[in-house]
Ligand binder design. Structure first.
Ligand SMILES: Cc1cc2nc3c(=O)[nH]c(=O)nc-3n(C[C@H](O)[C@H](O)[C@H](O)COP(=O)(O)OP(=O)(O)OC[C@H]3O[C@@H](n4cnc5c(N)ncnc54)[C@H](O)[C@@H]3O)c2cc1C
Length: 130
């Protein structure tokens, strides 16, 4: 992008690093990136994606559910969702005795809500973050 002449050396047999996909015994193992943060216009990370061309090449979809955990014995499941009231209720229905700790967890998540991760140190090298 900046006109430098570069050589890239890769010691693995395939490129991709830790975000690679590979075949094994008939399965495709997708060990790669499943979500990215900072895709909203106006954030520093979005500007970076734009500069690299990926913001224009991709359509970003907001995730509402991060993961779903299933207890195979009982079949009950809990979704880690951005609806923090629902998450708190679901966790408490699993384990009412943990209500106090669950409230602390949810309070922590609320405190993080709306935080621009790129302003929280991800747009700078660690040694430049206060
Ligand atoms: C299972 C998993 C899920 C992830 N999910 C997400 C996600 O959803 N969202 C997200 O944002 N991030 C995610 N990450 C993190 C993200 O994948 C990595 O932070 C990112 O891919 C790192 O890229 P990199 O190029 O810096 O390093 P790497 O991918 O580690 O690449 C380093 C490359 O350098 C090569 N190399 C190492 N030493 C040498 C050498 N001496 N000579 C030549 N080549 C060398 C390696 O073989 C490798 O190809 C995930 C990571 C993992 C493992």
């Amino acid at each position: 992008m900046n006109g430098y002449h570069t050589h890239i050396f890769e010691h693995h047999t395939t490129p991709g690093g830790v975000a690679a996909t590979w075949k094994c015994k008939g399965y495709t193992i997708d060990g790669g990136i499943h979500f990215i943060m900072g895709h909203r216009p106006g954030t520093a990370l979005h500007e970076l994606y734009h500069e690299l061309g990926t913001a224009q090449a991709n359509r970003f979809v907001d995730m509402t559910t991060y993961g779903r955990f299933i207890d195979e014995t009982s079949g009950r499941s809990v979704e880690v969702t951005q609806d923090l009231n629902r998450l708190a209720d679901d966790l408490k229905s699993f384990s009412p005795t943990d209500a106090r700790v669950i409230d602390q967890l949810i309070a922590g998540a609320r405190a993080m809500k709306g935080l621009d991760m790129s302003e929280a140190g991800m747009s700078k090298p660690p040694e430049l973050v206060g």
